[in-house]
Design a protein around this ligand. Sequence first.
Ligand code: AMP
Ligand code: ZN
Length: 501
Amino acid sequence: MTGERFFLLLTKKSPMTNTLYIYNTLSANKEEFKPLNKDLVGMYVCGPTVYSDVHLGNCRTFISFDTIYRYLMYLGYKVRYVRNITDAGHLENDADEGEDKISKKARLEQLEPMEIVQKYTLGFHKVLRAFNNLPPSIEPTATGHIIEQIEITKKILDKGFAYESNGSVYFDVEKYNQTENYGELSGRKIEDLISGTRALDGQSEKKSPLDFALWKKASPYHIMRWPSPWSVGFPGWHLECTAMSTKYLGKQFDIHGGGMDLKFPHHECEIAQGCASTGKKPVKYWMHTNMLTLNGKKMSKSTGNTLLPEELFSGNNKLMDKPYHPMVVRFFMMQAHYRSVLDFSSEALNASEKGFNKLMTAIKDLPQLTKSTQSSIDVQSLVDSFYQSMNDDFNTPILIAKLFEAVKYINHIKDGKATISKNDFDLLSDKITAFTFDVLGLNFIDKTDESILEPLMKIILTLRKQAKKNKDYTTADYIRDKVSEAGITIKDTREGSTWSL
Ligand code: AMP
Ligand code: ZN
């Protein structure tokens, strides 16, 4: 993995010819991408809360940002990609109430909170590896950055945008809104927000229901706790991302991403914390992925409307007709634009499987193509269209449509209905493989996988058995020898024939 990334960084395969446009949630417009520092890009993506298995919805967001990361590197940018692990601090409820999700799970599973964190972090990495995601450049944890979070809280208090109440510290949203615009990212108006929240009772520590915790005093039952100038407690759930993004990418950086559901309150609060502590808007381009749905409803842990990657890969689920390879699932996700809703179904996955196999077959067939003196199509324009689609806000479905134009062309050359020159062949081979593997992050399905060979070998062994029964030993030996040339050994035993790689 690391080697692959290193390779990508070294092989600046194309000049940044066309301009890249990114849809910025902040302006609700596609904007020309101009990094703050030429050729260097800082990108932060909110990572998972590691208290349960990641579902396919979560994966969609991380796969989308992996493709964005890959394309930026392919264009020649040196990208520092930071994706955090939320291992502390989230309460069950946006209103800073309820139990810490990780501690709750630890109690249920009778484990230490850090065992829960370890277990689900490892599971998360395993799933993303199966999807061929590159690891981020830095993967910091919330618990590893408590000191930084305390420092930011102090700064916000010093600037007068927060107040202490009974050992907890809250961000003063109305005070902030006097000089800044709380709601600028999500398009919400503070008056509407106030009227939409329930009034505080006399017991509340907060001045306003909109205020959010920067630091919470721990109740006697709260397990994950740290000392601070205000109390023994834990950080509020928006603060860790401000602390880690600022630490590794600076007060201002290029891209901040996450799922659309994080726009409010999480990202709105991150902007407020950044502006209040540094006086600067932290992020130039805000990017949000749309939701993966199942039966038309958002895939979500809390509602139980989920499908886990493992369940999909193994076929061990009640929703899909059969198992699907992670590469087919990745291809399926790439067939939708990251800002569109995507619904999961067997029909859609079956169609993607066919498309994926068609693309892979064409790439495998490339070395066998005959080169001519001239090409029958404009190959340069076709290749340019690969870039144009990705430069238009990472439009992977259009890119795939263009790759299929190339597949059709390759198949026509194979059938003698089209021609390609040597130069164009080199160009097309380079770009179709680069966009398929380096940019979309796809891979050939490993054909040495025994589970894939099993049904095929069953057919072959039956045919050979039939041949022997008919005393057709020439065919029986032919099958054994040819299969052996392909690296598979057939053994005849008293119980029947077996095979091994
Ligand atoms: P969480 O662990 O709940 O914070 O989620 C991790 C990431 O997955 C966040 O960026 C969420 O916005 C994203 N996410 C959660 N559910 C979905 C979904 N159904 N489709 C796409 N992204 C999702
Ligand atoms: Zn975050």
